[in-house]
Design a protein around this ligand. Structure first.
Ligand code: SF4
Length: 62
């Protein structure tokens, strides 16, 4: 599984970091950093939840 973030859609809500802080980090300025582009299978469920609950649909999983 590969994770991508559309920075044009991201509004820095931080929901992704709340769901999966191992993969997503959002700083105080609302800028999101992808800590792992290809997370382990053990993080799959949490990463999927981050994508599902992102309010702007900025996270894509392939
Ligand atoms: S939840 Fe979505 S909009 Fe919010 S910081 Fe994460 S990627 Fe960006």
């Amino acid at each position: 599984m590969k994770v991508t973030i559309d920075s044009d859609l991201c509004q820095g809500h931080g929901v992704c970091m709340g769901e999966c802080p191992e993969v997503f980090e959002v700083n105080d300025d609302g800028e999101v950093t992808l800590l792992q582009e290809q997370p382990d299978a053990a993080l799959q469920k949490k990463t999927q939840n981050a994508a599902r609950f992102c309010p702007t649909g900025a996270i894509s999983l392939t």
